[in-house]
Ligand binder design. Sequence first.
Ligand code: HEC
Length: 430
Amino acid sequence: MTRLILALVLSLCAGLLPAQEFTTLKGHGGPVMGLAVAPDGTVASASFDNSVGLWTGQGPRWLEGHDAAVVTVNYSQAPLLLSGGDDFRVLAWHPDRAGPLEVTRHLGKVASIAVDPSDGRIASAGWDGFVQVSRRDVGDGFVSETLRGHRSNVTDIGFGPDGALYSTSSDGTLRVWTRDGAGWSNRVIVKHGFGINELVVTRDWIAYGAVDGGTRVISPKGDEIADFTLDRRPILAMAHHAGTGQLAVGDGHGYIMMIDTASWRITRDFRAARRGPVWALAFSPDGQTILAGGLDDVVYAWPVALLDRFDPAIDGQRSFLRDPATMENGERQFMRKCSICHALTPGPSRKAGPSLYGLFGRPAGSVDGYSYSPVLDGSDIVWTQDSIDALFHDGPDVFIPGSKMPMQVIAEPGDRADLIGFLARATQEE
Ligand code: HEC
């Protein structure tokens, strides 16, 4: 509540305040889908209104050139700005030129653009399922190569320090691409199951965020470093500031979670958009301000120091605001693997699966008003420690074949036991 009031008070004062205060950049005629900041502090915003806004402190300058919504911008070759959009094109804008140059064209929306710091190659992620890698040719031309391998939309892209290229996709994979004599080949380093939306690549770690709320950090080899997955989804935006070691994660609920990458702890967590999701995030050059875009036709600039510090004790009642490190394993298992589809409270819920309230001793398929698949409706299974253990030892596809519950196995006996222990307490009827 304090935070809401703070946000309101600040937004009422917006425009009157100096740079280190909360500000909004107003002018776009549609939602803001992408953000990038140049080293000199210029903010570029990509909008549904087909334009890119350039904000320098004076009024915005509009870059008009896309024929449809602009969804992504990248300033890593500043002052050159790259933009991509729903017109399937990647455009390059230079302040010394009147109009943009076309870098490449996809067969679907361009979701993200990355630049290889070592040689300036431009990679773009397309909803056509392809990655394109483009480089400057003679004159104003560019040449592009197409990388095929993903089975669905490519959603984000990033270069590693050694020129390796990483990509994420709605096909649920994170891949790494390398080039040898014969061309490009790729290797799957994460099979997440649900579509992956967001990617941040650094020398030491890779972070990704997914449709189901999966928020994970892995080593370049694929080993897990940290997991921030909670009951918030989908993850729609990520930004990293190397100098201050901050990773920002924006989601479908309009929240931004700030993570300290030195300790891998959540430091702040706040509602950043007045309504709807956070689609775009970027840090100011000094890392003191986090910029956010979403459904409101404005860019919010939040001074990080003004935001509430994350305090699990205060936010305990709102599960998705809690640091998973403070939960015991059984609850963490539930939050990560079940809470997206199951409530623990009595009565109807809008989740995909039936409420688990009163689960133990209950015959399968018996929650009133929930429409089960035929295999559970009238089944003679009774839910007990043993049957729930078997359900996730074998997987629902084996234990109750034909069920609507998606395939999943919890391999570790200890994780199953902790989950069942948590469920036994949390689903108890009063
Ligand atoms: C993506 C959604 C989803 C996830 C994740 C999920 N479930 Fe389910 N679950 C369902 C659906 C849908 C059903 C109903 C299945 C049917 O009717 O065939 C169900 C049914 C069940 C049932 C039977 C309930 C009853 O009333 O008979 C149990 C028990 C259960 N789930 C436990 C879990 C646990 C524990 C987890 C986490 C480890 C989990 N589920 C994860 C969707 C999910």
